[in-house]
Structure formats: structure tokens, C-alpha cells
Design a protein around this ligand. Structure first.
Ligand code: THU
Length: 133
């Protein structure tokens, strides 16, 4: 599974994003170390702070199925009906993902032909872990 294929899974998942408040739809596709894919979307709420991002949705689905190690995530985001844009994970998602896979490859882009990949450890230098004690 290359980054382009993973991004296309994120793009397809994005259709199910629930975004009546922001209208900003995000899809994520998370690749486990043994090659399984979990997708996620952002799910918003009338109590705005209760919203969950696409990345965490994908992680929660995978972790709740017993997975703990991941190799890559692709993220597709953009305004509903508008152009897609690079969509890098928010700070909470960076820390959430760092818990499991600091070495994760994070890919996003405005389309499948313009992808950028960065290591999570580059997006979140010195992320918090209790293993540092
Ligand atoms: N959002 C994500 O799902 N992932 C990101 O990487 C950035 C932001 C969502 C949260 C909210 O539902 C909407 O995008 C606008 O902030």
C-alpha cells in the first residue's frame, strides 16, 4: 500500500464526514503495521467541543480492535463542495497518534498527485511519553 493508495482511501472515507457546523470534511486512512486499513472521518456535535477529528476516529477504531502499531496515515480535507487542501493533523491528534507510533508517516495533499509526507516525530518534536521517565 503506497501513500497514494492510502490517500485515495481517505478521500473515499471523507464522504461520510459529519460536519453540519464547519462544513470542513476530513477523511483519514490509517495503515497498521501488518497491512490492515482503518478509516475515519470528523464527527461534529452541537456542543462544538465534543467534535472528534478524522485521525482520532481512525485510531480509536483500530486501537479498539486490538491494534497498537501503525506505519502510515493519509488525510484528505477540504470545505464541502470546495477545493481540497493540505490538511495536517491538529495538535491534539499529533499527541494522540504519538502515543502509538512516533515514527508514523503522515501524508496529505490537495489531490492524489500533490502529496506531501512527513514523519509524525517531525510534526511533533519531543512529543510527550511516559516512557521518557
Ligand atoms: N479536523 C479534522 O478532522 N482533522 C484535522 O486534521 C483538522 C481538523 C476537523 C475538526 C472539525 O470537525 C473540522 O475539521 C474543522 O476544524
Amino acid at each position: 500500500m503506497n501513500s497514494r493508495e492510502l490517500f485515495e482511501k481517505a478521500l473515499a472515507a471523507r464522504e461520510n464526514a459529519y460536519t453540519p457546523y464547519s462544513g470542513f470534511k476530513v477523511g483519514a486512512a490509517l495503515l497498521t503495521e501488518d497491512g490492515k486499513i482503518y478509516t475515519g472521518v470528523n464527527v461534529e456535535n452541537a456542543s462544538y467541543g465534543a467534535a472528534i477529528c478524522a485521525e482520532r476516529t481512525a485510531f480509536v477504531k483500530a486501537v479498539s480492535e486490538g491494534y497498537r502499531s501503525f506505519s502510515a496515515i493519509a488525510i484528505a480535507g477540504g470545505k464541502d463542495g470546495g477545493e481540497m487542501e493540505e490538511c495536517w493533523p491538529c495538535g491534539i491528534c499529533r499527541q494522540f497518534m504519538y502515543e502509538f507510533s512516533p515514527d508514523l508517516d503522515v501524508t496529505t495533499g490537495s489531490c492524489a498527485d500533490k502529496l506531501v509526507t512527513k514523519k509524525l516525530s517531525e510534526l511533533l518534536p519531543e512529543g510527550f511519553t511516559l516512557q521518557n521517565e
